[in-house]
Design a binder for this molecule. Structure first.
Ligand SMILES: [Zn+2]
Ligand SMILES: [Zn+2]
Length: 155
C-alpha cells in the first residue's frame, strides 16, 4: 500500500496519517472481535506504533485477555469508532482497524486466526495461512503472512 496513508473515524473528529508500510494484515474471527466490530471478523493492519500520527481525541478502553495481558483499544471520543489497539506485551506494535482507512481497496488479510469460530459462510482463500486459534508466538503470524505475500509475487 502507498504511504503515507490517511484515515478517519465515521464522524471525522479523529483522523490519522500512517507514515510507514504495515508489517502485515490479518483477520481475526474470534468471538470477541465479532462482538467488538458487530460483524463477522476484525481486519487489522499490524503497524509500528511510531508510524501512526493521530489528530483528535481518543478514548482508551482496557481489556484483559484470557492470558492476563492488558489490551487497550483507542476509539473516537465522539462517535466511538475503534481506530487501533495496543497490547501491553508489544507496545511498539499497534493494530490499526483497516476499515478506517480512506482507501481500503488494497486491504487483504494475509493470515487468518481463530478460524475455529469463523462464520461458516465466509470462505477463505486456501492459499492464505490459517490458525484455528492464536499462535503463542506472534512471529508465526508474520511468517504465514510473508509466505502468502511471497506466493502472490511472480518469481
Ligand atoms: Zn468520530
Ligand atoms: Zn479477535
Amino acid at each position: 500500500m502507498k504511504t503515507p496513508a490517511h484515515g478517519s473515524c465515521q464522524c471525522g473528529s479523529v483522523s490519522y496519517t500512517l507514515g510507514a508500510e504495515p508489517l502485515f494484515t490479518y483477520a481475526c474471527h474470534c468471538h470477541t472481535c465479532q462482538r467488538r466490530t458487530g460483524g463477522a471478523c476484525s481486519v487489522a493492519l499490524v503497524i509500528l506504533t511510531d508510524s501512526l500520527a493521530v489528530q483528535g481525541e481518543l478514548t482508551p478502553w482496557h481489556r484483559t485477555s484470557d492470558k492476563g495481558d492488558t489490551n487497550t483499544r483507542y476509539s473516537c471520543a465522539s462517535c466511538g469508532n475503534v481506530i487501533y489497539g495496543i497490547g501491553e506485551t508489544s507496545p511498539e506494535l499497534a493494530k490499526l482497524q483497516s476499515g478506517t482507512l480512506d482507501d481500503t481497496s488494497e486491504i487483504e488479510p494475509e493470515v487468518h486466526m481463530w478460524t475455529v469460530s469463523k462464520q461458516p459462510w465466509i470462505n477463505l482463500n486456501p492459499d492464505v495461512g490459517q490458525f484455528e486459534t492464536q499462535p503463542e508466538d506472534q512471529l508465526e503470524l508474520l511468517q504465514a503472512a510473508l509466505d502468502y505475500r511471497a506466493s502472490k509475487t511472480p518469481a
